[in-house]
Write a protein that binds this ligand. Sequence first.
Ligand code: PXL
Length: 300
Amino acid sequence: MNLLSIGGSDPSSGAGIQSDIKTFDLLNAHGLTVITAITGQNTSSFGMIEPVSQKILKNQLDSVMTDFKIDGIKIGMVYNSEIIKTIYRELKNKKIIIVLDPIIKSTTGGLLIEKTAISDFKKFLIPLATVITPNKFEAEFLSKIKIDSKKSLQNAAQKIQSMGTKNIVITGLEIKNDQISDFILEGKNQYTLSSKKIPKINHGSGCNYSSSLLFSLANGNSLKKAVKFSKQFTYNSIKNAKRVGYGLDITQIKGKDLIHTELTHAINKFIEIKNIYKKIPECQTNFVFSKKIQSQLKIF
Ligand code: PXL
């Protein structure tokens, strides 16, 4: 499977395209990247941003589009209007799953999109998205609605939907004690998925969420299943977050947690099969994870 991340470079490798390559790699997908801007930042502070030229942006896009069958695209940091329009022109006629992660601010405070580009972001990129994944702050920013009640949450999601995309996932809501909830508006259906909150400020979890969501959707899973998968994936990445620099912890992705994620996913799928409990004997049942064989021994 080939997955493409279009976004900014983060030299700390906590977020942006560096983080996405790590996620794709761990999930056994080949990660392609198109860089929109180079940021200077670390775990303590944000430096500067230099967007790439239209020429090299288009050349990067053409290079990957003409040589690979791409199974899904994540769009992260886009920074300015020219970048937004170039991406739009390149993708508007393609039938590919697109996860749009609206990147407005970095955890360390840098503004990652020009104010003058917001209207083009809404006009050109939101209609391309299969699903958009704002956190609470980004949903408020895009919808211009303060989220402080169930009703305002629904209104904000519907307002973003009216900009031209069917599926909205508003992440990181603190509705219940010790839980982190995502509100999903999928066409006309709406539901909330919650999991245990890890109270840890980190760098990277937003990118881990949207890139693992893309992976699951590109594998043909429903949005609900994909959200469950990325919630588990992101939970693990925050749980393992490490202080590698002098500032914020950077999320970490570990192979053994992936096994746990996949097993949990398999069990969830299994228990959804109608009347499956009738097939389970009194002595219960086991789920076994089997690793893919990476290489075959050659016998001479
Ligand atoms: O986490 C969002 C994000 C995405 N992309 C880049 C970033 C950040 C946050 O800092 O720097 C390039």
